[in-house]
Design a protein around this ligand. Structure first.
Ligand SMILES: [Ca+2]
Ligand SMILES: [Ca+2]
Length: 244
């Protein structure tokens, strides 16, 4: 009785040994290695020049290839990339398991917004052709219009050429900013002051238009043109903006 029980146990053990031995030899080693799973996140300010740190969260991979959609690529695990221009970029990470040769790809979009803005041109669309008392700016002709443009510290930033004897049909009248002017302060007011040039009596102040870049973005986004007006609506200016 004792011997037969021992024999049964022995044979069970040997069956188990054979079964487990068979399972090891039948399955290739790769099958026990899970497939790679590519994944990533990023951190950093997405405003140009945007220095973005990519965080690799891939599983079961040991070799990486990044394509940042801006002509740059990397084989680093956690690369840092600077985006100098605004736009929507498609970021692709290919993660490979070098033992199995298997790959997985993950694609995400990153939206880089402009951090710089330049005035390249402006157009005066409307001005009042009479003073507050109802008289014309000059006795026998239209105003001799020019403007000064001041930064938020009230420093003169731009001074226009003069348009002699402006009449309504001359409007809109455009001014190109030869060296595009960068508005560095986005939360402070820039101001245009318009004048009628008078030789003898001192120049007459026609009015002013002020704006903030932050307000322009709120109203127009990063559009190429923005309409700004004086507080009493009598002066209207169209700004041509280059967002970088
Ligand atoms: Ca005058
Ligand atoms: Ca005049």
């Amino acid at each position: 009785m004792k011997i037969s029980k021992f024999l049964v146990m022995l044979s069970l053990c040997s069956i188990l040994l054979i079964v487990s031995g068979c399972s090891e030899s039948d399955n290739p080693a790769e099958a026990t290695i899970p497939d790679p799973d590519a994944n990533f996140t990023w951190s950093g300010e997405t405003v140009t020049p945007a220095r973005i740190i990519f965080h690799n969260h891939s599983d079961n991979a040991d070799s990486y290839y990044w394509d940042f959609g801006n002509g740059q690529s990397s084989i680093q695990e956690n690369p840092t990339i600077t985006f100098d221009s605004p736009g929507e970029y498609s970021i692709t990470l290919e993660a490979e398991n070098e033992n199995t040769g298997k790959k997985d790809t993950r694609r995400k979009l990153i939206n880089i917004t402009p951090g710089r803005v330049f005035i390249t041109r402006l157009q005066i669309e409307d001005i009042p052709f009479t003073t507050s008392s109802g008289a014309g700016w000059d006795l026998w002709s239209g105003p001799d219009l020019y403007f000064n443009f001041y930064d938020p510290n009230d420093n003169l930033a731009l001074h226009s050429t003069m348009v002699i004897d402006l009449v309504d049909s001359d409007l809109p009248i455009g001014f190109t900013v030869t060296n595009p002017y960068e508005c560095e302060y986005w939360n402070s007011s820039y101001i245009f002051r318009l004048y009628d040039d008078d030789d003898f009596s001192g120049d007459e102040f026609i009015g002013s238009v002020s704006f903030r870049i932050s307000s322009i973005i709120a109203s127009f986004g990063h559009a190429e043109t923005a309409a700004i007006r004086s507080s009493n609506n009598s002066i209207s200016i169209k700004l041509y903006l280059d967002w970088e």
